[in-house]
Design a protein around this ligand. Structure first.
Ligand SMILES: Nc1ncnc2c1ncn2[C@@H]1O[C@H](COP(=O)(O)OP(=O)(O)OP(=O)(O)O)[C@@H](O)[C@H]1O
Ligand SMILES: [Mg+2]
Length: 457
């Protein structure tokens, strides 16, 4: 009984713990987020680079245009001397272009650039090691002016921005890796708890349950559902165990009786009539056992909860009419007055046939366990918008301390020793009510017994 079949599936995870870590869903998610984040940083860097570059170039050209305009104004008002003076002043100004040139016929007149071939419009020059961006223009035929900026300042700014972004990129990469590893570690630790618990249960420790951490996350939900499933399975196993011991226990008496009867017939019966009588006795004994069997199996089937799948909306008023139609004559034949009290109530989700069975058991009890003349009432009420079924009688009633145990299998009160029955009727009532999520309440009907079935929705 101690061998455990694992269907060839090893519960041990494949691969080393590091490769396990990288194969977890949480690591995969963290990696995807990190990749998206890093791609955004890259895109951002490219955008920043081009924006800064554009802005810097535009600014250089704007300054050059301003400088050239003031040189041109100086030249047109006071000739070359003034143009030269403006250049000298501009070179000293803090916000001016870095490079100037004024030349005439290939001869430098002013500025800090050597003479060069004149080019009008936007010009990029190489001066020593750096690039200069600026604008060239002719103030008069043969009189050329150039103003421009050193682009190395822009390059340095761009480089420092890119360096900062590269740092952010690197840090984000490290953080993403660390975050992914931590997340996956805790994920794996919790998966291991689930695996451990399942293994313990497979090894026979049926009461073990998966720890719930109270974080209300998906893994907690999973643990809760698995635990509920295990509780349900444990209840079913207990139910099965109970049934088998009930059957073993309660069939022993009728089986012994049957055996004695047959033995007696074998040794004492002489005539055909003796045998016939013994046979009919044995037959009724077996019928009794069969009905006990089917009642037990029916309770077990209802307790397993499988019938819940076939639930539909049940109109309780119509159901009561149907039950009253069947049981009014039975009760009246047995000398009981039968009353029906029904009000409108919301329909309930349920199994119509089982609800009929529930009411039938209660009414049969009221007929069998009360003296003739005791009135029986079948009713439907509505309390706080919820339906409530009841069966009440005017019989001897049930002592308060006995009311709960009546719903256990094979419980019969002392006063009912002489009436036929197995003590299974109320166990079936309890199972059907439980299946419907309804509560069974037994109260004193002063005098008599009143059983209420209170539906919860
Ligand atoms: N209306 C009632 N008035 C008095 N006693 C009752 C009433 N209903 C049930 N009982 C007591 O509760 C016991 C259990 O009832 P239950 O219906 O489970 O079994 P039963 O009627 O004895 O047998 P079965 O229903 O299996 O044929 C009965 O034996 C009886 O002692
Ligand atoms: Mg009964």
């Amino acid at each position: 009984m101690s061998s455990v079949r694992t269907n060839g599936l090893s519960a041990k995870p494949p691969g080393g713990s590091a490769s396990r870590l990288f194969h977890t869903e949480s690591f995969r998610l963290a990696a995807i987020y990190a990749a998206i984040f890093l791609a955004s940083i890259l895109l951002f860097s490219v955008l920043v680079y081009y924006t800064v570059d554009d802005a810097f170039r535009a600014e250089a050209l704007r300054t050059a245009d301003g400088n050239i305009a003031s040189i041109a104004t100086g030249f047109s008002s006071n000739g070359l001397r003034e143009a030269r003076e403006v250049i000298d002043q501009d070179m000293a100004a803090p916000n001016a272009s870095d490079f100037f040139l004024l030349e005439q016929g290939g001869k430098k007149l002013a500025g800090n650039l050597p003479a060069m071939a004149p080019l009008a419009g936007v010009v990029t020059l190489r001066v020593q090691r750096s690039a200069v961006l600026g604008r060239g223009a002719f103030l008069a035929p043969g009189l050329y002016v150039f103003a421009g900026r050193d682009l190395s300042v822009m390059r340095r700014t761009e480089e420092s921005i890119l360096r900062t972004l590269a740092w952010i990129f690197g840090l984000a990469l490290i953080l993403a890796g660390l975050g992914g590893t931590l997340l996956s570690r805790s994920f794996l630790a919790r998966m291991d708890e689930i695996t451990r618990t399942c293994r313990a249960i497979m090894e026979g420790r049926m009461t073990d349950r998966i720890p719930v951490h109270g974080r209300r996350d998906e893994l907690d939900q999973l643990a809760l559902v698995i635990n509920q499933m295990l509780d349900r399975i444990a209840a079913l196993i207990e139910n099965l165990r109970q049934i088998s011991s009930d059957i073993a226990h309660d069939l022993r008496t009728p089986l012994t009786r049957l055996r004695n009867r047959l033995e007696r017939a074998g040794s004492e019966a002489k005539t055909q009539a003796d045998y016939a009588q013994a046979l009919s006795g044995a037959l009724s004994e077996t019928d009794e056992m069969l009905s006990l069997f089917s009642a037990l199996l029916r309770i077990a089937q209802i307790e397993s909860g499988t019938r819940r799948a076939g639930f539909s909306a049940v109109d309780l008023e119509a159901l009561l009419d149907h039950v009253a139609e069947i049981y009014r004559p039975v009760a009246e034949d047995a000398g009981h007055a039968f009353h029906l009290e029904a009000v409108a109530a919301p329909p309930v989700q349920g199994d119509r046939e089982l609800l009929v069975q529930l009411l039938a058991n209660l009414i049969e009890n009221a007929i069998h366990h009360t003296p003739p003349g005791a009135a029986i009432t079948l009713g439907l009420a509505c309390e706080n918008g919820k339906a409530l079924l009841y069966v009440a009688d005017r019989g001897p009633g049930i002592p308060a301390d006995q009311r709960q145990k009546l719903f256990q299998r094979f419980t019969r009160l002392e006063q009912s020793r002489t009436t036929p029955g197995h003590g299974l009727g109320l166990a079936l009532v309890a199972a059907i009510a439980e299946l419907h999520g309804a509560a069974v309440v037994v109260t004193d009907n002063r005098p008599g017994m009143r059983v209420e079935i209170r539906f919860s929705g």
